[in-house]
Design a protein around this ligand. Structure first.
Ligand code: SAM
Length: 416
């Protein structure tokens, strides 16, 4: 079930009454609970940020949570590392009520006050930081109030109809730049921050410079929120792969990279997003083990092409070396060799993953990622040529012999 589907039901069906008895404001009782309307923009932003592709172990921060409803919902849905902040000076007048709510929700928002051009510190890096419906960019200290007689620093007034009018000056381009750079430091590789300054003032007259700056972060240049993304991925030196596997300690899952079996795809699009780290000979006792495997005949063609690219030798030369059991290039190492020291519980056939039945949410996300990023249709002529040579009768025994162990593994476990 997607987060949107789950939340839409949760927000109306959860029993909020014990909380409404304490926090009696209309904002809590009528707007934020019992009705999904208030949350529709939130759900859209969360969807855009890929909430349905985040593992439950992802570290999420709701920065400026106020009541704490969203972190509570995320935890109820299944996320296990959800944190929150609040500007405690602002919520001071609600201390008693909020202590009750936060205790009930089992969240411990920590104090954070973002100020223009001032460095702020978070306690750790996060995979997803949410600043939703946020007024962090209001410079309320930069307005003066003159009532004809006196000059004050009042920034909120009530009119005769009891309507509140709020006055602020918004962060300008350089203040937002400072803030964005600061925020980016707290994103994990591939981490994201959804920044939703509310109300969106950056399309108003006089805001052109800031508006132009923000366009690069807005989706389709037009949303009233913007997304910061940490694109800096740790570079893995190809010589550094030996005896290393990807480990997700929170989900107790590991992934064994097998050369020519989608390990670059896994590194670029799954590993960091799903909270895996590359570890040398880790102890993974009791962990679930995943590997991408391939029909050895398909992989062999891909391996040969890679060896040719690296060394310039002919296909015939490679096959001759294989007949001597000479694995002279890493790309020729058999799949079984990569996994022999591990207990694999999920063998996903990389060329046929649509027929794989995911066993967990994590695997579901991996399969969805493969759908987006793998290219199974590339059937170029160089592949075809190698395929024809490999299939010549005089090489049959060499190829069969080279593939024997992998063939047994693949036939027995592929897509199980
Ligand atoms: C309108 S509430 C938003 C509540 C919640 N995020 C939501 O979407 O319903 C604004 C939140 O931002 C926090 N906040 C306001 N100004 C802030 C600032 N300058 N730095 C950090 N937090 C701030 C407030 O304490 C409050 O929790």
């Amino acid at each position: 079930m997607t987060f949107r589907e789950w939340f839409t039901d949760f927000i109306v069906s959860y029993d909020w009454e014990p909380l409404r008895a304490v926090e009696t404001s209309p904002y809590f009782c009528q707007i934020a609970t019992g009705n999904v309307d208030y949350w529709l923009p939130h759900l859209e932003m969360l969807e855009n940020a890929g909430i349905d592709n985040l593992p439950f172990s992802a570290k999420i921060l709701d920065l400026g949570t106020w009541f704490g409803i969203l972190p509570f919902a995320l935890k109820q849905y299944g996320f296990t590392n959800v944190y929150a902040t609040d500007r405690l000076s602002e919520s001071e007048f609600k201390r008693k009520e909020f202590d009750f709510l936060w205790n009930y929700f089992d969240i411990q928002p920590y104090d954070l006050d973002i100020l223009p051009n001032k460095t702020f510190k978070l306690d750790q890096k996060y995979d997803l930081i949410l600043l939703l419906q946020s007024n962090f960019y209001w410079k309320t200290k930069e307005v003066f109030c003159h009532n004809g007689k006196q000059l004050t620093r009042q920034w909120q007034v009530k009119d005769a109809e009891d309507r509140t009018h709020t006055f602020f000056s918004p962060f300008d381009k350089s203040e937002l730049e400072f803030f964005n750079n600061n925020m980016q430091e707290y994103l994990t590789p591939r981490g994201k921050a959804i920044i939703h300054p509310s109300p969106w003032v950056y399309d108003q007259d006089g805001m052109e410079e800031t508006s132009k700056y923000l366009k690069q972060f807005q989706i389709n240049n037009e949303t009233t929120h913007y997304v910061l993304q940490n694109q800096v991925l740790p570079v893995v030196d190809p010589n550094n792969w030996k005896d290393k596997v990807w480990v997700n300690k929170s989900d107790k899952t590991f992934f064994v990279p097998i050369w020519r079996c989608g390990n670059t795809t896994f590194m670029n699009y799954c590993a960091y997003q799903l909270g895996f780290e590359l570890l040398h000979k880790p102890d993974v006792t009791g962990y679930k083990g995943i590997a991408f495997v391939r029909d050895p005949r398909i992989r062999l063609v891909s391996s040969i092409l890679m060896v040719q690219q690296n060394t310039g030798v002919t296909v015939e030369y490679i096959l001759e070396k294989l007949s001597e059991n000479n694995i002279f290039d890493e790309h020729l190492i058999q799949q079984t060799d990569f996994i022999k020291n591990y207990t694999i519980t999920s063998y996903i056939d990389l060329d046929n993953y649509k027929n794989y039945q995911p066993k967990s949410r994590m695997e579901n996300i991996i399969i969805k990622t493969l759908e987006v990023y793998t290219d199974n249709n590339s059937n170029d002529t160089s592949k075809q040529k190698v395929f024809e040579i490999v299939n010549q009768p005089q090489y049959k025994d060499i190829v069969d012999n080279y593939m024997a162990v992998d063939t047994v593994m693949f036939n027995k476990f592929g897509n199980t």
